[in-house]
Unconditional design. Structure first.
Length: 109
């Protein structure tokens, strides 16, 4: 009975991963920054959930899975914020070029 449940859960996980990939792939490039901000918020919720699982410490198996979940969620949150920061820097205005001194622009006699 539990083998069927594991197979069903793995199938749902694979289907959700494929569906998520297809949805993200079709998002216009201008919407990626707000989408990353939302994804970071969802990753933070996953981090809190994994901390709760790790904190319960019912069995050794749950401790190991909770630890792996905390590490993976932390990497996801930190990486997401770094990527979002990099994307936001792309939209900042660049400084205007400094005017050249007039002596450089004049032709030599």
């Amino acid at each position: 009975m539990s083998g069927d449940l594991i197979i069903t859960n793995l199938f749902i996980f694979a289907l959700a991963g494929f569906l998520g990939f297809e949805v993200i792939r079709r998002v216009p490039k201008l919407l990626h920054t707000p989408l990353m901000a939302l994804t970071n918020a969802l990753s933070a919720i996953a981090l809190v959930g994994s901390l709760v699982i790790l904190g319960q410490a019912a069995t050794t198996y749950s401790i190991i899975l909770g630890f792996v979940a905390v590490v993976a969620s932390t990497i996801n949150v930190v990486g997401g914020f770094l990527l979002t920061d990099k994307m936001l820097k792309m939209f900042k205005r660049r400084e205007a070029p400094k005017p050249r001194p007039e002596a450089d622009t004049e032709a030599a006699p």
